[in-house]
Design a protein around this ligand. Sequence first.
Ligand SMILES: Nc1nc2c(ncn2[C@@H]2O[C@H](COP(=O)(O)OP(=O)(O)OP(=O)(O)O)[C@@H](O)[C@H]2O)c(=O)[nH]1
Length: 323
Amino acid sequence: MDEQLLGPLSADETMLALLHSRAEAERLRERERLFSALLESVNSVLWALNWQTGEIIYVSPAYEQVFGRPIALAMTSYDVWINNVYPDDVEYVQETLNQVLQQGAMESREYRIIRGDGEIRWLSDKCFVSQRSEAGMPLLVVGIAEDITEKKRMEEELQRLATTDVLTRSSNRRHFFESAQRAFELAKTTAEPLAFLLFDIDDFKKINDRFGHQMGDLVLQRVAECGAQMIRRGDLFGRIGGEEFALLLPGCDRELAEQIGVRLQRAVRQLMVPTPQGPLRVTISQGLAVVKEDDKGLDALYARADEAMYKAKRQGKDQIVQG
Ligand SMILES: Nc1nc2c(ncn2[C@@H]2O[C@H](COP(=O)(O)OP(=O)(O)OP(=O)(O)O)[C@@H](O)[C@H]2O)c(=O)[nH]1
């Protein structure tokens, strides 16, 4: 219509329009090359999902490096992406994606994937709804998935250092009592039994004095190994003092806890720590207490186990006393 109003274009005008559209096309190609180069240099995986069809409509080149799988595989459906998610995290990934749809965005969701070579890696995914389903436009969810495996490893290492006793690799005192507090509260609400076994190496000062501090450390490590062998899933074991250790046994009544104490006593007696003067024998004294209905706090349980342990020492050591 414009053409009718303005009249037909002259040859020069046509040439100019042609040149202009060529330059425009070249500019677009240049931008595309720039975007491709940028996407290739980004280590994170950019992705876009058509929510209605379940199609992954875009993944950036980093996919191949992060997932260790060909891009063509990812560009099929969302199910293929989900198949790469570590089984324990699938539910979380599905739930959080639904939340993205409700809230419009999610800053970070962390989950594990299984790479093509079987390696498990951690991803942090920032995603948002890029296009609402309006006027026939598809509903698009886009995201940036970053490989945070190294960061996770460092976090885990820091957590391990903060909660573990360096010498014996058992829980340190603070972590033991924090976890014990939670186990105590749970036992009180569920009325499940809970046992506390406290033990201390006998005449440890003499071991240090006679064989040196290094040998003392070795004895601590070997005794700690015996303690660690007693625990099942859900139990706690920690070094709560110099040569003092504790076992917290949820679900264990007095009888069962005593059996564990007897096994521990035997395991320690059987230890033979090599020294230049021949194998060194070690014994421990144990105090055993179980949670009572009127126990107000963990302190009450701990105090009974402590009192019982000192009674075991006074009564000649190498024995278990009930508190
Ligand atoms: N090698 C070593 N010794 C430690 C460590 N922590 C504490 N000790 C020593 O453990 C000894 C504990 O001595 P005591 O409290 O007298 O106890 P004990 O000699 O075992 O005597 P009983 O408890 O009555 O059997 C002290 O000499 C501490 O120096 C450690 O990490 N390594």
